[in-house]
Design a protein around this ligand. Sequence first.
Ligand code: NAD
Ligand code: UDP
Length: 339
Amino acid sequence: MNILLTGGAGYIGSHTCVVLLEKEHHVIVVDNLCNSKFEAIKRVEAITGKKVIFYQEDLRNTPGMDAIFRNNAINAVIHFAGLKSVAESVARPLDYYGNNINGTLSLCSVMAAHGVKNLVFSSSATVYGDPEVVPADETAPVRPFNPYGRSKLFIEEILTDLHHSDLSWNIALLRYFNPVGAHPSGRIGEDPSDIPNNLMPYIARVAVGRLSELNVYGDDYDTPDGTGVRDYIHVMDLAEGHLKALEKLATNSGLVTYNLGTGKGFSVLEMVAAFKRASGKPIPYKIVGRRPGDVATCYANPSLAGRELCWTARRGIDEMCADAWQWQSMNPGGYGETG
Ligand code: NAD
Ligand code: UDP
């Protein structure tokens, strides 16, 4: 199949490129590189020995997107492109709604014009907000409490309306939990351009000496050790979930929603200990106050994806940390200024 990946130069997109290329799919990437580097695409090609067709383009440029669809016989789209920082979304809600929602509207209008109606969308566990019951399954109430999460929920609703208006659309809404780790080669990985907001890239930069210590946001939650509990999922497991979702859409699935997580929660301090084991490096940390907007515990019930996609996350936290460390230690400056 010819598969278009929006945001395919980014963290999850680049790993998904590898999985798709290894399954002999043709991969076309459109990315404006606002949070990624072309170097990631070059490394995907080096890992797989296969070519990626790349367009540096903004999804909101509808004529530009139209040209990409005219020049490539696209069968399905995986839509990763979007802005993803919770804190930034609180400070710049218009940018977040503008980019994430207008980008999706532009993409879908071009898809409709070209009769391409198979779409996988990157949603997030953030749509559950603070789940009343864990593990959260797909029927849990959705009530995100920041603009980023609301942009994801609004897009889920737009795509649901689109499907209802034309039942020939096949759409998979994938709610990711906490993606971490890297390709085991250590050649691609997560490379946030600023100081990381997320736990794992922050720990990795402390281990490699780029940051001095980790701030642990609160040890007074109602969790076994008082620190926040999340469902960390290896990015390669997540990437494989996209392949399974595409296979599902090919059966004319209609609109489907899946949690992609492991079903297990780990605390901040458990992740620190696991990273220390994997890297052999000290991870100095100090306990500070809670981060506004954080929830105590969030982990998935991923059994629907298990039943309907035949997909389960296989890699545990030791492998997640080992692969994240491999990437970080081989690329202490990330992708650097290489392009
Ligand atoms: P990322 O920032 O590494 O990748 C997103 C890519 O989209 C970047 O390469 C960026 O340059 C591109 N992009 C953004 N706006 C664009 C636009 N208007 N036009 C073209 N390209 C654009 O992020 P990621 O971690 O790979 O996340 C991929 C998707 O998964 C995002 O939609 C994110 O919201 C979602 N998600 C991520 C996580 C996570 O923790 N990483 C969790 C849940 C959901
Ligand atoms: N966290 C932390 N220090 C950091 C970053 C995160 O203690 O520098 C904690 C955070 O409070 C949460 C967990 O690590 O309990 C995961 O946070 P992350 O931002 O990675 O994911 P999210 O909160 O979006 O699930």
